[in-house]
Design a protein around this ligand. Structure first.
Ligand SMILES: *Cc1c(COP(=O)(O)O)cnc(C)c1O
Length: 374
């Protein structure tokens, strides 16, 4: 990979070709419609570029948490269907309706709020979300018949259009997810008996879409997989035929020769065992590099793998490169595609006691995203 540009301290390189390929691969694998989940700024990759790449790869709809995220995509000129499923209490859906945003509906009140946003010629599109065991949002089983009956009525009078029934899985175990699937199917049957028969059902996110074909239901909501990362502890991106889209890297900002015994970074958690060379990397926890990975986060410099020496600070950390020749400006790769020699985001997740989702999503706004298409 090329050096960073002159004057650049750090960047997250985003390979939109990888996102496009990952969607294409998952579409073929699941033989289902793909709702590409681009919430939280596309898991840190940039929501707009991720959405465009996913649509180019064959996704037919976008998913986000909040209406504000959906509206930002519309403002960027994206015309595809977008569903948003997490709403503030008492939220007005007027702007969402004006922008043709589809609303995930988790309660009777939200259903009424959605219907209230309808205009004379335009019903509000909704996806009714059923609680099937995750214990987050979703219409609880006891409320479902009342909500379905009202949804059928509102649909008949042109206030709403029910696009889908959906739910979300726990990934606790195959048995738990299949039990949730049964509860979902019961909800679908109850909805049908009350006249709610939408064209779509969607239940599986990346984990179940890959591991539990029964949950695909012709439409899957894929987040982490489109970014080329694995939701499984025991299967890598490559095992799944996916390519990580984000490479986080910096340019060595300073190199210093120090004697044996020299303390490194705050608190001297690390001391040089022998005379050595230290390289300064200009990425810190303000950039989303987890401080919990102090002393263990992996980097690759000049084809060699090293660990962070001592504490990760707000803006920078230090690597003990021993006698390895390293110069100011050399590329330091924190994570990327391991088949190309980079550490994996999963390695940082292990070092920090978290998951790869968090590693990419928390990369901060001070890290310029550089879009490439590899
Ligand atoms: C975030 C989210 C997804 C995507 O999950 P992945 O595990 O990243 O595929 C799907 N559905 C809902 C409701 C979500 O909140």
């Amino acid at each position: 990979m090329s050096k960073l540009g002159p004057g650049a301290l750090r960047e997250a390189r985003i390979d939109v070709g990888a996102i496009e390929d990952n969607v294409r691969h998952l579409r073929r694998l699941t033989d289902a419609e793909v709702i590409a989940v681009v919430k939280a700024d596309g898991y840190g990759h940039g929501a707009v570029r991720s959405a465009l790449a996913a649509l180019a790869g064959g996704a037919t709809r976008l998913g986000v948490a909040e209406v504000a995220e959906a509206i930002a995509l519309r403002r960027a000129g994206i015309d595809a269907p977008i569903v948003a499923w997490l709403h503030a209490p008492g939220a007005s859906f007027a702007e969402a309706a004006a922008q043709r945003i589809e609303l995930g509906i988790s309660s009777f009140d939200q259903l009424l709020q959605a219907a209230a946003a309808a205009t004379a010629d335009r019903p509000v599109p909704v996806h009714l979300k059923l609680e099937t065991g995750l214990s987050r949002n979703g219409i609880p089983p006891d409320d479902q018949r009342v909500v379905f009956a009202e949804a059928a009525r509102l649909e008949r009078i042109g206030k709403i259009r029910v696009v889908a029934l959906f739910s979300h899985l726990s990934n606790a175990s195959a048995d738990d997810d299949l039990a949730a699937l049964r509860r979902f199917e019961e909800g679908v049957a109850a909805a049908g008996s009350l006249g709610v028969t939408p064209p779509l059902r969607h239940l599986a996110a990346t984990h179940a879409a890959i591991a539990l074909p029964q949950t695909r239901l012709g439409c899957v909501r894929i987040g982490i997989g489109i970014y080329g990362l694995s939701p499984f502890e025991d299967r890598s991106s490559a095992d799944l035929g996916l390519r990580p889209a984000m490479t986080l890297r910096g340019a060595v900002a300073a190199v210093r020769r120090v004697p044996a015994g020299q303390g490194v970074s705050y608190g001297y958690d690390y001391r040089a065992e022998r005379d050595t060379t230290l390289a300064l990397v200009p990425l810190g926890y303000a950039d989303g590099v987890p401080r919990q990975a102090s002393g263990s986060g992996p980097v690759v410099i000049g084809g060699r793998r090293f660990a962070v020496a001592g504490r990760i600070a707000m803006d920078q950390f230090v690597v003990d490169v021993g006698e390895h020749p390293v110069a100011v400006g050399d590329e330091v790769v924190l994570f990327g595609d391991p088949t190309l020699g980079a550490p994996a985001a999963d390695d940082w997740a292990t070092a920090a006691g978290t998951i790869n989702y968090e590693i990419v999503t928390r990369i901060g706004p001070r890290v310029p995203r550089r879009q490439v298409s590899g």
